[in-house]
Design a protein around this ligand. Sequence first.
Ligand SMILES: C[S@@+](CC[C@H](N)C(=O)[O-])C[C@H]1O[C@@H](n2cnc3c(N)ncnc32)[C@H](O)[C@@H]1O
Length: 266
Amino acid sequence: MNNLGKSSGPKISDCKTTAQLQNFCREIGRDIRQGKVKIGRVHYALSLLQTCAQAYHCGYDEVVSVELGVAGGAGLLDMCSAAEHLGPIFGIDIRVVGFDNATGLPAPKDYRDHPEMWQQTMFKMPDPDILRAKLPKFAELIVGDVADTIPGWLEAKPLSRKMGFVSVDVDYYSSTLSAFPMFEMAPEHYLPAMPLYFDDMNTCITYNSRCGEPLAIAEFNERNPMRIIEEKPTWAIRNFHALHVLDHPFRQGTALPKFPLQVVQY
Ligand SMILES: C[S@@+](CC[C@H](N)C(=O)[O-])C[C@H]1O[C@@H](n2cnc3c(N)ncnc32)[C@H](O)[C@@H]1O
């Protein structure tokens, strides 16, 4: 296991240049890929590493990491483990929030929700209170349809806590669309290129660009000229995307990050 961030090893505060930061992050990424740190799903941990690296470059010390679609909670607990490991290394306070209706998938609305694959009540959460009891203090579970719960949560979110990472796993085109107001707040709420994971694309034979998550993304991009969700298909992080916040002050050149935002794949 590497000792980055631990009292005996190199510390992030020792990194004075972008190149030193890149090397520091590369070592953390290498240890995650090689399984030297056991923090659950590698694609969650590497995405959250991207979040921490970028937040550090920006000079932000509070972020939120979200899982949309929680089901039994295995993914949310993995996200918590990754946050617990990476937060102290970067000196970043990571809050983890999961959203789910707890009743399983709603009825599919039409072909765009892939009814050939998904049916109502699939992935029902066994018991929200049992999952809540397993969550660390920095995490919470918000139960209800995302169309109802996300607007209220966005209003209450403190501006200081940037949106750092979102895993989108509500399976349907219709549910993904209902969650997208999460990406349409004022630019100051986000990292300049916020890491995103989309679970339901690229794998199954019936996934296509006129259904599901790919269609929701295309419509989002069409509607928002200063925001774009794009995959980094060459990156070896499963289904890794970024929300490019083109109206962010750092991307407009009206403010400067602490370190130039040369954050690469780690
Ligand atoms: C595949 S499961 C999530 C699995 C989880 N991310 C994991 O990897 O462990 C999809 C979840 O999305 C939830 N879901 C789908 N549409 C929803 C909606 N409109 N509002 C809230 N939850 C929804 C379902 O109830 C289900 O629990």
